[in-house]
Design a protein around this ligand. Structure first.
Ligand code: 13P
Ligand code: SF4
Length: 319
């Protein structure tokens, strides 16, 4: 067997012997996505990752993704051991929203419901009334708006603007962005669409307004995969992290997938749209974390208890 296959087999055996289950995001390495599915785990968007980890009986959850995903798993299942292949795998949205500055922002606007995106630290979630992911943000904000609530939103400005436009809610926004999606370019996308007039354009809502405006489908990673599987078109232009193409190709093998253009792409960069922190997950460090027990996520108990409220509220809302 190839070295990759050997590593996969070793990882599968370790997952089994440690009574562990692998919870992977669509942006991580394809081998890890396959391993998760082949060993009874899951590859999904961040909402389903949280739900699956909470509901699975395994005593150890191995989260292949970025740190906030591991923290959410630990917050929901404090009795489980949560391991990550690399604890330094973070997210620009999380980094751009420090808990102390965020608390001061909330303190200045006590009349607003605090709604935070999943891509934040446990300490930021501890300050929030609601956590949302891209697959339920619209519904939850629309519901709050219908009940007359004003909202304080953090941290992704593009997702926030999109939700604000869709719902008409009164939203005060934090100014954060995803370094991957922020790079997609509307003008270049327009040129690409001219070359592929029949293509459906699929966009994650962390992308800039000019890109979202051209979308046939705007949605979470799961929603974009569903759009490829169910869509009538032959060609799809995909404006999200290109790690997602692995699962799209598996589920829709006959369809043509085209990466949406980023600032430096074409001649200079064919694969700009890949999250450097998602890319820190691999078979070898997954094996290492299971062998050594290093890479364990911890969340201090007072923070965990406070953060649990906003995550549990979202899971109940979407149940
Ligand atoms: P999803 O919730 O759509 O999977 O997105 C998570 C993420 O990090 C997007 O960049
Ligand atoms: Fe964060 Fe963007 Fe990476 Fe998702 S793709 S984890 S939002 S930096």
């Amino acid at each position: 067997p190839s070295q990759r296959q050997a590593l996969k087999a070793e990882a599968a055996a370790l997952l089994k012997s440690h009574n562990a289950v692998l919870v992977a995001h669509y942006y991580v390495d394809g081998d890890l996505q396959d391993l998760a599915l082949e060993t009874g785990g899951i590859v999904s968007d961040s909402l389903e990752m949280a739900r699956f980890g909470r509901d699975h009986a395994a005593q150890t959850l191995v989260v292949a993704g970025v740190r906030f995903m591991g923290e959410s798993a630990k917050i929901l299942s404090p009795e489980k051991r949560v391991l990550m292949p690399d604890l330094d795998a973070t997210c620009s949205l999380d980094l751009g929203c420090p808990a102390d500055e965020f608390a001061a922002f909330c303190d200045a606007h006590p009349e607003r419901k605090v709604v935070v995106y999943a891509n934040t630290s446990a300490a930021v979630k501890a300050r929030a009334d609601w956590m949302v992911t891209s697959s339920c943000a619209l519904e939850i904000v629309a519901d709050l708006h219908a009940r007359g609530e004003k909202i304080l939103w953090a941290p992704d400005r593009h997702l926030g603007r999109y939700i604000q436009e869709q719902t008409g809610a009164d939203m005060l926004m934090w100014n954060g962005a995803c370094i991957v999606h922020d790079e997609f370019k509307g003008l270049e996308l327009e040129l690409l669409r001219e070359q592929h007039p029949g293509a459906m354009i699929l966009v994650h809502p962390e992308s800039p307004k000019s890109v979202v405006e051209m979308a046939d489908v705007v949605g979470s990673t799961s929603a974009l995969i569903k759009a490829v599987v169910e869509g009538q078109a032959q060609e799809y232009i995909v404006a999200t992290d290109n790690g997602i193409l692995h699962r799209m190709r598996q589920l829709a093998p006959g369809k043509t997938l085209i990466e949406a253009p980023t600032a430096g792409n074409s001649a200079t960069c064919k694969s700009c749209a890949h999250c450097p922190w998602m890319a820190m997950n691999g078979l070898q460090n997954l094996i290492d974390c299971l062998r050594s027990g290093q890479g364990e996520i911890t969340v201090d108990e007072p923070t965990r208890v406070k953060a649990l409220g906003c995550i549990a509220r979202m899971l109940d809302f979407t149940a």
